[in-house]
Design a protein around this ligand. Structure first.
Ligand code: MSP
Length: 555
C-alpha cells in the first residue's frame, strides 16, 4: 500500500453481531494448553485472513502462558494435493521445490511479520508427518474402517473437496452453463476413480452423541448448530485416496502404493503427528487432546465432523473444542487471493507495526463473527485507542515521574477513594478479561482491559498531577498519584502482553528497571495484586509506543 489516503476510501466499519459463546473446556491442572491453527496451502502467499487466524491462536497461547500454563501453539503448512501440484507446474518447478520456496519465502516470514510465538511449525512433507500418517491409515484399515470402492462425482481442486449437487451453483460469464463451486466460482471436475473409502457414515450416531455430551465441542453456537444439522441430514462414506494415475503428490497408501492419501485426511493428521503420534507416546499424551483448535468457518465441517470421526475410529479422543471464527470481508465477500481481494499482512505492518495489526483485528471484530476490514477504521482505532488511549497514558505517566521526581519512583502515601477505585477497576479488568479468554471472546478480553486504560486516563485528568507539582505541600499526594498510575501501567503491561507484546515489553523495561523479573514471568492472575512496583526504581525513558502516522508520511 503506498498511501493511507488510498485506503481511506474503502469499506464500512467492522460490523459485529452479538453471539453466544460458551466456555472453552478448561484444562486439567498440569496438562498443556494446546492450540492449533489450520495448516495453510502453499499454493500462494499469505493474506490478512490467514494472519488473522494466526494472531487469534497466538493471543490465546500467549495468554495461557502468561497464566503459567504449559502453552503450546502449533501452526504449519499443507503441502500435498492437486492444487499445490498445479501451482508448482504453472510455475515450471517441482512440487517439492515450490513448497520449499513458499514456506521459506512467505509462510515462515509471516510469523515474524505478525509476531507469532509458535512452539512448532509442521510441514506435511516432513518424514515425522508422512510416516505417522501411514501408521494411522494402516490402523484404520486393519480395524475395518477403510474399504475399496468406486467414486463418481464432482471435485473442486480449489477446495480440495468432493462436492454434492447442493454445493454447486450455476456458472456465470465464461462458465455459463456449467456447474461451478459456490466458493471458487470455477467449474468442478468430474472424477471417476477406484478409491479407498473411510466409513464416515458409521459415525453419524457416535458424532451426534458426542456433540450432545460435549456441548462446547463446536463453538460458537451458530457453528455448532450448523454442524449438528449437517450430520443429522446423514453422512456418506468419504473417499480418502486418489489414484496415482491422475497425480502422485501425496502420501502413499501404505498397503497399496498405486494410491495416495486424500489431502484432507493427510492434513488433519498434522495436529497429532506434530506432537508425537506414532513415535513419542509421552509427548503425545501430554498434549492431546488439544484444548482448542481454531479454524475459519469455511473448514469447520472437516474439523467438526471428519476429524473427530477419524479419531474415534483410531480410538483417540477428539479435541476439546473446535472454534470456527468468521471471515474478513472485503466488499461484503470473503477476502481471498483467488478473487484478487487479498491484502498482504506487511502492507499493514509496514505502516502500523505488528502490535497494531494484532490489536486491531482482535479488538475490532467479535471473535466468531464476520467483519469488514477497513483502512479507515484501522487508522482511526490506531490513533484513538493505541496512540492516544494507551501510548500517551504510558508516556505521560513516565515522563511525569522523570520530571517531578528525577525519574525515581516514590512510595505511595495513604490511598484516597480515587486511588482505591483504580485498584478496584484493575482487579475487575483482570477477572473479566481472564474469563473472556476462557470463552474464546478475545475482543471482550481486550474491552475488559481497556476499562483500566480509560480509568487511568480519567484518573490523571481528575488528579491533575501537573497542578499538584506546583506546590511543595502536595509532594506526597503527587507521589501517590504517580505511583497509582504506574501500578496501573504495570497491570496493563501484563494484561496486554499477549496482544501487543512489543509495546508492553518496552513499557515493562522502562517501568521496572528489571526489578520484578521478566514480563513473561508475571502471572496474569496475580497481576492486580497491588503495590508490586518497588520504591526507588529508576524509571527509564520510553520511546513513543504508537507514533502518529501522518497521511503524508505514509505515502
Ligand atoms: N489447508 C487447508 C486447511 C487444512 S487444516 C488441517 C486450508 N488451507 S487455506 O490456506 O485455504 O486456509 C484456510 C484458512 O485460512 C481459513 O480456515 C481461515 O483460518 C484462514 N482464512 C482464509 N481466508 C480468510 C478470510 N477471508 N477471513 C478469515 N480467515 C481466513 O483450508
Amino acid at each position: 500500500m503506498s498511501s493511507i489516503k488510498r485506503c481511506l476510501i474503502t469499506e464500512p466499519r467492522i460490523e459485529t453481531l452479538s453471539v453466544k459463546i460458551v466456555k472453552m473446556s478448561t484444562n486439567l491442572p498440569g496438562q498443556s494448553f494446546y492450540v492449533t491453527t489450520p495448516i495453510f496451502y502453499v499454493n500462494d502467499a499469505p493474506h490478512i485472513g490467514h494472519a488473522y487466524t494466526e494472531v487469534a491462536a497466538d493471543v490465546l497461547a500467549r495468554w495461557h502462558r502468561q497464566r503459567g500454563e504449559d502453552s503450546f501453539l502449533l501452526t504449519g503448512t499443507d503441502e500435498h494435493g492437486e492444487k499445490v501440484l498445479r501451482t508448482a507446474a504453472a510455475n515450471k518447478t517441482s512440487a517439492q521445490e515450490w513448497t520449499d520456496k513458499l514456506v521459506h519465502d512467505a509462510w515462515l516470514p509471516l510469523l515474524e511479520t505478525i509476531d507469532i510465538d509458535n512452539q512448532d511449525f509442521i510441514r506435511t512433507t516432513e518424514p515425522r508427518h508422512e510416516a505417522n500418517v501411514q501408521k494411522f491409515m494402516q490402523k484404520l484399515y486393519d480395524a475395518g474402517f477403510i474399504y475399496q470402492g468406486s467414486f463418481k462425482g464432482a471435485y473442486c481442486v480449489g477446495c480440495e473437496e468432493y462436492k454434492n449437487k447442493a454445493d454447486l451453483v450455476d456458472g456465470t460469464g465464461e462458465f455459463e452453463g456449467q456447474d461451478v463451486c459456490a466458493i471458487h466460482s470455477k467449474p468442478v471436475e468430474q472424477l471417476e476413480e477406484n478409491n479407498y473409502f473411510f466409513k464416515l457414515s458409521q459415525f453419524e450416531e457416535p458424532l451426534l452423541n458426542f456433540f450432545a455430551e460435549n456441548p462446547n465441542f463446536i463453538q460458537p453456537e451458530s457453528a455448532r448448530n450448523e454442524v449438528v444439522a449437517f450430520v443429522k441430514r446423514g453422512l456418506d462414506d468419504l473417499s480418502i485416496s486418489r489414484s496415482k494415475e491422475k497425480f502422485d503428490w501425496g502420501i502413499d497408501i501404505p498397503w497399496d502404493d498405486s494410491h495416495i492419501t486424500y489431502v484432507w485426511f493427510d492434513a488433519l493428521l498434522n495436529y497429532i503427528t506434530a506432537i508425537g503420534y506414532g513415535q513419542d507416546d509421552a509427548e503425545f499424551n501430554k498434549r492431546w487432546p488439544a484444548t482448542v483448535q481454531i479454524v475459519g468457518k469455511d473448514i469447520l465441517r472437516f474439523h467438526a465432523v471428519i476429524w473427530p470421526a477419524m479419531l474415534m475410529a483410531a480410538d483417540i479422543k477428539p479435541p476439546q473444542q473446535i472454534f470456527g471464527h468468521g471471515w474478513l470481508l472485503v466488499g461484503g465477500e470473503k477476502m481471498s487471493k483467488s478473487k484478487l481481494t487479498g491484502i498482504a499482512p506487511n502492507q499493514i505492518t509496514d505502516i502500523f507495526g505488528s502490535d497494531a495489526f494484532r490489536y486491531y483485528f482482535m479488538k475490532a471484530i467479535a471473535f466468531g463473527q464476520d467483519g469488514s476490514f477497513s483502512w479507515e477504521d484501522l487508522s482511526a482505532r490506531y490513533h484513538s485507542e493505541l496512540a492516544n488511549g494507551f501510548g500517551n497514558l504510558a508516556s505521560r505517566t513516565l515522563a511525569m515521574v522523570r520530571r517531578y521526581f528525577d525519574g525515581v519512583l516514590q512510595a505511595p502515601g495513604q490511598y484516597s477513594d480515587a486511588d482505591n477505585q483504580v485498584i478496584e477497576v484493575a482487579r475487575t479488568a483482570v477477572v473479566n478479561a481472564d474469563r473472556a479468554i476462557d470463552e474464546v471472546a478475545i475482543h471482550e478480553a481486550i474491552a475488559a482491559t481497556w476499562t483500566l486504560v480509560d480509568e487511568l486516563n480519567n484518573f490523571i485528568t481528575v488528579q491533575e498531577p501537573w497542578v499538584l507539582a506546583k506546590d511543595e505541600a502536595n509532594r506526597e499526594r503527587l507521589a501517590t498519584v504517580l505511583y497509582v498510575a504506574s501500578e496501573g501501567l504495570r497491570v496493563l503491561s501484563v494484561l496486554l502482553n499477549p496482544v501487543i507484546p512489543k509495546a508492553t515489553g518496552k513499557l515493562w523495561a522502562a517501568l521496572t528497571e528489571g526489578k520484578l523479573g521478566d514480563l513473561a514471568d508475571q502471572r496474569l492472575t496475580e497481576s492486580a495484586n497491588w503495590d508490586q512496583l518497588v520504591e526507588g526504581t529508576n524509571i527509564g525513558e520510553l520511546a513513543v509506543l504508537f507514533p502518529r502516522i501522518e497521511t503524508e508520511s505514509a505515502q
